[in-house]
Design a protein around this ligand. Structure first.
Ligand code: FPP
Length: 248
C-alpha cells in the first residue's frame, strides 16, 4: 500500500501484508525540541504526549497488534521534581482520555514497570485502564513506566528463584519461553522493530531481553516532530531487511 502525504506529495510504500506485529519506541528528544524553541522542557513533553496519541491511533488504524512505548525509565527519577511531575500529569491526562475512547477503539492497554513507586492516584488509573481494556482485542499499547530492562530481569530472576524455593519451578528445566513469563511483558511477542528518534544510537535499558532479535531503526527526528510518515518510513525500512535470527 502507498501512503500519500498532502504536504510533501511524496509517497512511502509499505506492504500491508508484511507489517511488523509489534513496534516498540523510545520516545526521545522532547527536551531538545523544547530547548531549540526556547521553551521549558515540559513543553516538549506536552507535544511528545500528543505525538504519542497520533502514533498510537495510527498504529491501531494500520492494524499493528502491539505498540510499546518508553514513557518513564527507572533512571528518569534523577530529573528535576518539576519535570517528573509534568510527565506524570501528562500520563494522568492521557489515561483519563484513553478510558473514554478505548471502548470504541477496542485498544488494550498494559503497563510494563514497577508501578508501586508512582502516586497512588496514577497507580489506580493504570490499574483501571488495564482492567477496563483486558478483554479488548484491538491493538495492545504497552506503556513502560518506571521501567528498566535490568530491573525487569532482576525481578524475573528473583521471582523464578522464589518459585524454585517453593518447589513450583526447577532450575534445571528453565527454558527461554518459561523465563519470558516472569517478565513484565509475559504473553506479549518480542518487538519486531524498535524505533529510536532523536539521533541517539543506544538502547538505554529498554526491553533488553525482548529485543534480542529486533530490528533497530534510528532517526534524527526528535520525538515531538515524529509523525505518521516517520512511522511509515521506519516500517518501509524494516520491510527492506532480511531477518535471519542467527541463521543464513
Ligand atoms: C525523553 O525525552 C522523554 C521522556 C523521558 C518522557 C516521555 C514522556 C512523554 C512523551 C509524555 C507522556 C507519555 C505518554 C505515554 C502520554 P528527553 O526529555 O530525554 O529529551 P532530551 O534527550 O532531548 O532531553
Amino acid at each position: 500500500m502507498a501512503f500519500f502525504h498532502r504536504r510533501s506529495k511524496r509517497e512511502v510504500q509499505i506492504d500491508m501484508a508484511r507489517l511488523p506485529r509489534h513496534i516498540a519506541i523510545i520516545m526521545d528528544g522532547n527536551g531538545r525540541w523544547a530547548k531549540r524553541r526556547g521553551l521549558p522542557r515540559k513543553a516538549g513533553h506536552a507535544v511528545g504526549a500528543e505525538t504519542f496519541r497520533t502514533v498510537a491511533t495510527f498504529a491501531k488504524e494500520l492494524g499493528l497488534d502491539y505498540l510499546t512505548v518508553y514513557a518513564f525509565s527507572t533512571e528518569n527519577w534523577k530529573r528535576p521534581e518539576d519535570e517528573i511531575s509534568s510527565i506524570m500529569a501528562l500520563l494522568e491526562k492521557y489515561l483519563h482520555e484513553a478510558i473514554e475512547t478505548m471502548a470504541k477503539d477496542r485498544v488494550k492497554m498494559a503497563f510494563f514497570g514497577d508501578l508501586s513507586l508512582l502516586d497512588p492516584k496514577l497507580q489506580a488509573l493504570c490499574h483501571e485502564t488495564e482492567r477496563i481494556s483486558r478483554t479488548y482485542d484491538g491493538c495492545q499499547v504497552n506503556i513502560c513506566l518506571n521501567y528498566g530492562g535490568r530491573d525487569e530481569l532482576l525481578r524475573a530472576a528473583q521471582a523464578f528463584a522464589a518459585d524454585c524455593v517453593e518447589g513450583r519451578a526447577d532450575p534445571g528445566h528453565l527454558t527461554q519461553a518459561a523465563f519470558s513469563n516472569y517478565l513484565f511483558s509475559a504473553g506479549v511477542p518480542d518487538p519486531d522493530l524498535v524505533i529510536r528518534p532523536s539521533g541517539e544510537v543506544r538502547i538505554s535499558n529498554f526491553l533488553l531481553w525482548q529485543s534480542a532479535y529486533s530490528e533497530y531503526y534510528f532517526t534524527d527526528v526528535l520525538w515531538p516532530d515524529f509523525s505518521k510518515k516517520e512511522l511509515l518510513r521506519a516500517i518501509a525500512d524494516y520491510q527492506g531487511r532480511s531477518r535471519r535470527y542467527g541463521g543464513v
